[in-house]
Design a protein around this ligand. Structure first.
Ligand code: ADP
Ligand code: MG
Length: 318
């Protein structure tokens, strides 16, 4: 079994749940509610850049969909369809078995139809394009932060980066901390439900994929506002708090990538609603700062003095 068409038929063709025409024709055909718009986003995972050659394909399959779902979450869209462009050096049935199992496990968790893609030969990479629905009034853009809004962050920061540091022997962790951080790195959970519930509440949002400071700057720039973030308030896991090397901890929290938490802004009169949403979703939501007039991102200590930022975040071409 080596043909491209065998691979598609065997591993990537499943009956679609809510799609008129899915995998197998020249194009997929989607029925759209005329009251909604389509939100579309693409993210790739490339061997050597985003994952190691020996990465477990099950978690790779999950993650390539998860990082795309995270983009839907950040704009308050309901994800519904995905395409998958897969490039492989050769056909490895065991690898494909596990990759597709992971991919469809994540797809099932969020009722996503895989509606098409492309299968080519070359250095290993996987690219997903995700499509979701949202009305233009419910769409949460990066550009909506206004002076006086609160800045919020879901979950905890820096665990994925710490997992990567441990994997590269740059940090020594307890067994429990290591498995928790590696789970955050290899098996991120997209905050889809949170994103949907932030419709009408968040004035802006972004998912944290490149690092807190770098991603916060995107909100500041798009909104024409300044973000002031209190360093001590940043949500840290047990693993981060237990680190003996404070520089590494700060580096992970401020600039670590791959967290896939949401950073969002909301007017102060939503504080109570967000506290109860946090309980309902069983997901920590932490108020970490404020939007000011001006520009850029400031990380400050409790007294308001600037905390120095060494490395802002990940940039493929920096
Ligand atoms: P074409 O040559 O017309 O571009 P392909 O031969 O590339 O079509 O693909 C055949 C069908 O399989 C198409 O419907 C395409 O969307 C789908 N497809 C190809 N690769 C994948 C994949 N990795 N996952 C899901 N669907 C795929
Ligand atoms: Mg093709």
């Amino acid at each position: 079994m080596t043909s491209e068409f065998d691979v598609i038929a065997r591993y990537f063709s499943r009956p679609a749940q809510h799609t008129a025409v899915g995998v197998g024709d020249d194009a997929a055909l989607l029925a759209c509610d005329p009251a909604q718009q389509l939100a579309v986003s693409t993210d790739s995972l490339v061997e050597g850049t985003h994952f190691f050659a020996d990465a477990d394909p099950y978690f790779l399959g999950r993650k390539v969909l998860a990082v795309n779902l995270s983009d839907m979450a950040a704009c308050g869209a309901q994800p519904r369809w995905a395409t998958l462009a897969l490039t492989l050096p050769y056909v490895d049935p065991l690898w494909l078995e596990r990759f597709s199992a992971g991919f469809f496990a994540m797809a099932d968790a969020y009722a996503i139809d895989l509606i098409g893609g492309d299968t080519t030969r070359g250095p290993k990479s996987a690219t997903v394009t995700i499509l979701g629905t949202v009305s233009d009034s419910a769409f949460i853009a990066r550009s909506g932060a206004r002076a006086n809004d609160d800045v919020w962050i879901s979950g905890t920061l820096g665990d994925a980066a710490l997992g990567l540091a441990a994997h590269e022997k740059k940090a020594l962790l307890s067994d429990a901390a290591l498995s928790q951080c590696l789970a955050r790195l290899n098996n991120p959970e997209p905050r889809v439900e949170l994103g949907l519930r932030l419709r009408g509440i968040a004035t802006s949002a972004i998912d944290l994929s490149d690092g807190l400071v770098s991603d916060a700057r995107h909100i500041a720039q798009a909104s024409g506002a300044a973000l002031r973030i209190e360093f001590e308030r940043l949500p840290r896991s047990q693993a981060i708090r237990q680190l003996v090397d404070p520089n590494l901890a700060n580096q992970c929290v401020l600039a670590g990538g791959d967290d896939y938490e949401l950073l969002f802004t909301a007017a102060p009169d939503h504080r109570e609603a967000l506290a109860s949403l946090s309980r309902e979703l069983n997901l920590t939501l932490t108020r970490v700062g404020q939007v000011d007039s001006g520009s850029g991102v400031r990380i400050c200590d409790a007294s308001g003095a600037d905390v120095e930022i060494e490395h802002a975040g990940y940039d493929h071409f920096a």
